[in-house]
Design a binder for this molecule. Sequence first.
Ligand SMILES: *[C@@H]1O[C@H](CO)[C@@H](O)[C@H](O)[C@H]1NC(C)=O
Ligand SMILES: *[C@@H]1O[C@H](CO)[C@@H](O)[C@H](O)[C@H]1NC(C)=O
Ligand SMILES: *[C@@H]1O[C@H](CO)[C@@H](O)[C@H](O)[C@H]1NC(C)=O
Ligand SMILES: *[C@@H]1O[C@H](CO)[C@@H](O)[C@H](O)[C@H]1NC(C)=O
Ligand SMILES: *[C@@H]1O[C@H](CO)[C@@H](O)[C@H](O)[C@H]1NC(C)=O
Ligand SMILES: *[C@@H]1O[C@H](CO)[C@@H](O)[C@H](O)[C@H]1NC(C)=O
Ligand SMILES: *[C@@H]1O[C@H](CO)[C@@H](O)[C@H](O)[C@H]1NC(C)=O
Ligand SMILES: [Zn+2]
Length: 506
Amino acid sequence: MVFFSGFALCAAFAGTGALQIPLLSSHNQAPLGHPHGSKPVVNSTELQDLISGDRLMIRAKKMYEIAKLGEEEYNHPTRVIGSAGHIGTLSYIYEEILKLGDYYDISNQTFPAVSGNVFESRLVLGDQVAKSAAPMGLTPPTKDNEPVHGDLVLVENEGCQSTDFPDSVAGNIAFIKRGVCPFGTKSENAGRKGAVAAIVYNYEKDSVAGTLGTPSPYHVATFGLSGEEAGPVIEKLEKKKRFDSIAYIDAEVSQINTVNIIAQTTEGDADNCVMLGAHSDSVAEGPGINDDGSGSISLIEVATQLTKFNVSNCVRFAWWAGEEEGLLGSDYYVASLPEEENAKIRLFMDYDMMASPNFAYQIYNATNALNPNGSEQLRDLYIEWYKDQGLNYTFIPFDGRSDYDGFIRNGIPGGGIATGAEGIKTKKEEEMFGGKHGSWFDPCYHQLCDDVGNVNVTAWVVNTRLIAHSVATYANSFKGFPERTKSVASSAYEKDVKYHGSKLFI
Ligand SMILES: *[C@@H]1O[C@H](CO)[C@@H](O)[C@H](O)[C@H]1NC(C)=O
Ligand SMILES: *[C@@H]1O[C@H](CO)[C@@H](O)[C@H](O)[C@H]1NC(C)=O
Ligand SMILES: *[C@@H]1O[C@H](CO)[C@@H](O)[C@H](O)[C@H]1NC(C)=O
Ligand SMILES: *[C@@H]1O[C@H](CO)[C@@H](O)[C@H](O)[C@H]1NC(C)=O
Ligand SMILES: *[C@@H]1O[C@H](CO)[C@@H](O)[C@H](O)[C@H]1NC(C)=O
Ligand SMILES: *[C@@H]1O[C@H](CO)[C@@H](O)[C@H](O)[C@H]1NC(C)=O
Ligand SMILES: *[C@@H]1O[C@H](CO)[C@@H](O)[C@H](O)[C@H]1NC(C)=O
Ligand SMILES: [Zn+2]
């Protein structure tokens, strides 16, 4: 890299830690040791060139050490909200940005989050253990955390109205079809009618990994069940056969406070911000180095390298908490924006899982037809960049599985890239990206093995460079990018979306 000497001096200082630099500030106005005027305007190529795999990996190892703080309570490394591993992650992010001096304003946004833990569960239908039965996220336990007995009672329609529930569900187990309304509504309706548990069976063959969403005092212990297992049961229930069943969920739902960290450049037009985010938390099952240690670290690294440049537009970085519990942090953030603050965010870019070991370069298929105007321009920026690099890419559904959801629902254009979670790589994708077809993109998705060995550094560097490109492009100019309009919800998006985070909610 060739930089003029004033700049090289600045880079050297940034590398040694900004906290020492004020010593030199006596003959300069800015605390960073030189006037901002000596910084070049951000240039995408130069910012991309500053991204290094070694630096990303040093941070990944650090994050794994932080996840180990969770061992005492969880018996394994984790960065789940409320754990010492997550608190350590928050301190790490905060400290790393603080080191960058007055380039950023940092703020903490504290919010209440619910977190669910299922310790044990079992569902027996008649004399069969239901193999596909999965307790819903944020389900309450069965009474006294003990098994409950009851007859299965078939609920009419989709159980979205209390009139769908026959009186005989009282003291029994409601058997409800998936669809039309959220799982939480069905569970609540069952609870109001006195059911001791509820089962939501799928209209498709597959099982249901769902969440009840925001807790309600009327929720009852609720399982998802595959359509395949439900089929024969429904046949018998329709013939008025009795199904004496046992439901058991030992679980707890707790409420804690956690924190979103937001860092915004002090320079740049504060009425026109490019915003990007990654989630700071992991699931309870593991350390979450790919999900989403990778995105969190990419953002720290881009934020660090950006300080070597001057920006025209404001850049706002976010590290969300509670993503794994159902996008809690990003939802809270967007919901608490007054209209005029909402309007200052020109677009939001989501960076969740940047380095899956069996990766594909995936772009969210966010079009203007279904999403706020500008989403498609962002999608096209990613397409152009992969094309310029001679790399293949695929489109994936923009369906509410990550933190962009709240932005789209509130009229802010958005998009992002990913490298794949529990999806299976096809033969064609193996030709396009290498790796192994027939396996998950991330074989350690939401598991203990999502550790330092669970990242592909090649993919991580490629995607962090693309993140740098997206930041540099919009930090420089919004020329040709649609103006913001009112924060109207997109009904087309809402109609199609069935996920809220990694779990289905409807
Ligand atoms: C940084 O960029 C802004 C906007 O282009 C400009 O007004 C300002 O003078 C620049 N500052 C420096 C220190 O170059
Ligand atoms: C950005 O930097 C590269 C490499 O230094 C240079 O070739 C290019 O012209 C610069 N782009 C702009 C728009 O200044
Ligand atoms: C913000 O949160 C971080 C991480 O928990 C903490 O280290 C820092 O002290 C907090 N800062 C303020 C001003 O509360
Ligand atoms: C992307 O979304 C648009 C609009 O919904 C759709 O027409 C198109 O088929 C999608 N493309 C892919 C490759 O999924
Ligand atoms: C892109 O995919 C094609 C197969 O569709 C493959 O032949 C080519 O090698 C891939 N390019 C790269 C850079 O992996
Ligand atoms: C990362 O992916 C590249 C491209 O598929 C592959 O060549 C490399 O071996 C992978 N690295 C690791 C550590 O798996
Ligand atoms: C989207 O933005 C473009 C460019 O600013 C504009 O021409 C177009 O009319 C906008 N579309 C809608 C539906 O608002
Ligand atoms: Zn994630």
